[in-house]
Design a protein around this ligand. Structure first.
Ligand SMILES: Cc1cc2nc3c(=O)[nH]c(=O)nc-3n(C[C@H](O)[C@H](O)[C@H](O)COP(=O)(O)OP(=O)(O)OC[C@H]3O[C@@H](n4cnc5c(N)ncnc54)[C@H](O)[C@@H]3O)c2cc1C
Length: 486
């Protein structure tokens, strides 16, 4: 019997778990995937939005501005890559200027600090690669970039260090309340809890509608991206937006927290929330839009394309709090599309307080400070590298040549709480496979290390859980089968 079951290990569920781990209680986070950050939380723009885009008075606006203000200190505590680079929203006509003035006004109402409308000369001085046809821009110096999957992982690590359990490969198929207890069904069995919190992203409406008489709809809205190699310098030092459309914040060009250039996203409503394909049409759309910001747009140094799916609610605002029209002790944070990454720390703080108070959990106990993440070998000085190798010879073996990731870091990523269990799990924790060759060279060695650490056969190791196995058998076995067939 749990006190609280959180469904969904994205940034919302993990931030909430970390926050709730400050109270006495047995808490678990359940996810259908094999790792945290498997959905929107791993595939987004990674922008900590300043907060001028959301309509004043909405939950999006409120949590955006509060969440953005929490990021600098929180990422420092958790050791997550975060860079307050600022952002420009470009206008190319007098009509765009009116939109930018509206965004400026919204920003003022939402309480966004230091916003300014700037003119062509200043823009070109700040960002010389900008299209010279630019007329004006909204400058938001408090906008920042963060590594979204590392943020989610760090929140999960901290929650686990404080006693939260993580249960993976467990899709929730049914939730119901009986005798003041909530029951959560998965193919592995039924879990029970005093309270549940639905943070299931694009899967949230299905669960909400099982328990509430106030039905909602969540529309999957896909966004596609180009990611360029960080060995080629990003043409811009800030996040470059264009004026937003009714489908979202529009296409951007931005350095990521790791210095790659990111171009995208598109915005397309799709029937299948799990369809994270990239398409010719989506990527062409991104390129065409980017040409307005950067006329010499060049994606020759592309290392991958990817897409993420937004959970767009038909109410057009975040839905946060007790589940209306459902029995007591059911809570939710759903319809969390952009700026959900930015908002997560603030959503988690307020919702955790609400749930803990409602359940009368014993008052806050000591929240153990986050165990610092290993300093990446790639970021060490020569002296630090030599010292690291002296202390642990596994630092002397480079596994990922593109991103300079060592065996010591990969083993640590598997051994730590909420450790990696797949090739992609290692990739998100260490960057092994994130570089130019996209894992072409290091995947076999990463697989061997996973086998050694987890006591598994290479045939059991997956790229990202489920049936995504990389190997189907040995050549000997295949030859033997062929001889039997003869
Ligand atoms: C293209 C794109 C760009 C974006 N850009 C930004 C940005 O720059 N800045 C920003 O602030 N926000 C941005 N966002 C929004 C942000 O990514 C999301 O708001 C945030 O990641 C949502 O987190 P979440 O935890 O609520 O959902 P998710 O990350 O989607 O997590 C939900 C989890 O629930 C699990 N789940 C679903 N159904 C079930 C079930 N039945 N049983 C068990 N588990 C289940 C899933 O496996 C998943 O792990 C963007 C989103 C997209 C898609």
């Amino acid at each position: 019997m749990y006190d609280i079951l959180i469904i969904g290990a994205g940034v919302t569920g993990c931030a909430l778990a970390r926050q709730l781990s400050g109270w006495e209680g047995r808490i678990a986070v359940l996810d259908r995937a094999e790792d945290v950050a498997d959905a929107a939380s791993k595939a987004n723009s990674g922008i900590v939005h300043a907060g001028f885009d959301a309509k004043p008075g909405t939950k999006k606006a409120y949590y955006n501005v509060k969440g953005a203000a929490m990021y600098p200190a929180l990422t420092k505590t958790l050791g997550v890559p975060f860079d307050p680079i600022g952002a420009l929203v470009l206008g190319f006509s007098e009509e765009d200027r009116r939109t930018l003035q509206k965004l400026y006004g919204q920003g003022q109402q939402n309480g966004v600090p230091s916003l300014r409308i700037i003119e062509r000369e200043e823009i070109l001085r700040m960002e010389p690669n900008t299209n010279p046809d630019v007329v004006c821009a909204l400058y938001a110096p408090t906008s920042a970039v963060v590594s979204p999957y590392e943020m989610t992982l760090a929140l999960a690590y901290h929650a686990a260090q404080n006693g939260v359990e993580f249960i993976f490969d467990s899709p929730v198929t049914k939730i119901y309340e009986k005798d003041d207890t909530w029951h959560v069904e998965t193919p592995k069995g039924v879990l029970s809890a005093r309270a549940i919190i639905n943070c299931a992203g694009t899967g949230a409406a299905e669960l909400h509608n099982q328990i509430s008489d106030q039905k909602i709809r969540i529309i999957p809205r896909r966004g596609e991206y180009y990611l360029l190699d960080h060995t080629v310098q990003c043409p811009f030092s800030r996040t470059m937006f264009q004026v937003p459309s009714k489908m979202g914040k529009g296409v951007l060009i931005s350095p990521t927290a790791h210095g790659n250039a990111l171009l995208g996203p598109s915005a397309e409503d799709i029937p299948d929330p799990d369809d994270t394909a990239t398409t010719r049409a989506g990527l062409d759309f991104v390129l065409e839009k980017c040409r307005l910001t950067w006329p010499q747009v060049n994606v020759r140094s592309v290392i991958t394309t990817f897409s993420g799916v937004r959970a767009h609610p038909d109410t057009d605002d975040f839905i946060i709090g007790p589940v209306h029209g459902a029995p007591d002790n059911a809570f939710e944070a759903i319809g969390i599309e952009s700026p959900g990454l930015t908002a997560a720390p603030a959503v988690a703080k307020e919702l955790a307080e609400m749930v803990a108070e409602h359940l009368k959990l014993p008052s806050a106990r000591f929240l153990r400070s986050a165990v610092p993440l290993l300093r990446p070998f790639s970021a060490m000085t020569e002296e630090e590298r030599a010292e690291a190798c002296r202390k642990n010879p596994e630092y002397g073996r480079i596994v990922c040549r593109c991103e300079v990731v060592t065996e010591a870091e990969i083993r640590d990523a598997i051994r730590r709480p909420v450790g990696a269990r797949s090739i992609d799990g290692v990739k998100r924790r260490t960057r092994a496979g994130m570089g130019r060759c996209q894992g072409g060279f290091c995947s076999p060695r990463v697989m061997e290390i996973l086998c050694e650490e987890l006591g598994k056969s290479p045939l059991e190791i997956t790229k990202c859980g489920g049936e995504s196995k990389l190997l189907v058998g040995t050549l000997n076995e295949i030859a033997k089968e062929a001889r039997v067939d003869e």
